[in-house]
Design a protein around this ligand. Sequence first.
Ligand code: MRU
Length: 342
Amino acid sequence: MRNDVRTLEWTGDGLRLLDQTVLPGRVEYVVARDVDTLVDAIRRLVVRGAPALGVAGAFGVAVAVLQAAREGWDDAALDAAVARVREARPTAVNLAAGVDRVLPFAVEGAGAVAAEAQALLDEDVRGNRAIGAFGADWILKRVGDRPLRVLTHCNAGALATAGWGTALGVVRELHERGRVEIVYVDETRPLLQGARLTAWELDRAGIPCVVQADAAAPSTILRGLADVAVIGADRIAANGDAANKIGSVGVALACHAAGIPFVVAAPWSTVDPALADGDGVPIEERPAGEIVTWGGTRTAPDGVAAFNPAFDVTPARLVTALVTETGVLEVSAGATPGRLRA
Ligand code: MRU
């Protein structure tokens, strides 16, 4: 992403968020100086993507500490506010982890919390650069050192992180090496993170891309039009099961059937070692309106309910490789994150 827009930035008295709900039409910001505004922004996906949620959660503690001082909260009120930030969305482990990381600094005041949150932000960008390089090296070795056709789902780019991106970090690195022919961008129903956000990022970076309906992805893969799929993750279990945006499993199954690599790019902070496998991942269910309406108009018959899980879990046996900031684990071949951490 060009340097003129930042996903999140601490202003000294609040957290400035690029409003991802209005992209690509408008570039606007929401400044959260109180916990209600931040929790609402997280729930509405003003800020989204696992690593970005981690950083938002960390700065959210600073927001809460400042608000507590301003409004004379007692410890119980501050604890409750921090818990609301921590639990604003359930699936990405990074959100709670970001809050937990900075919480010990709360006794020193908002400045100390914000400094630790900024350290997390800076680490995220550095980690994403490493993920990009490791991922590109692995893919070019495995698939072939030539311009590649890459498929991605949802948005795991600069917008979903503090900068550069995880899956899109790999794509950016491949592009810098002259090794991207085309990126197939799944539109990512229902909130269109692919069509609105990934296509925006790739376009601004000059990386050739086409947007396709999610339903086209398995066919694109089986027709031999893609060389590799690269996606992000919201929570990865010790055995390598990987939760990501709904629709990721279909991509993984098609990759398996076609014999092309399904690559998950994510920092270690997305690995939840407490989770033995993906069965325990809390899957967020979002409001029915996201499914049964289009542009404010009802599409399904009145009275028909919706099932709207925002994430799915790809079994480890379908995850060819997990690219982290420390290297690549060939998960389906048995190199699970839990085993490495143990
Ligand atoms: O609902 P979202 O937009 O927060 O979902 C985001 C994803 O599924 C991303 O792929 C994931 O968080 C990885 S971001 C680097």
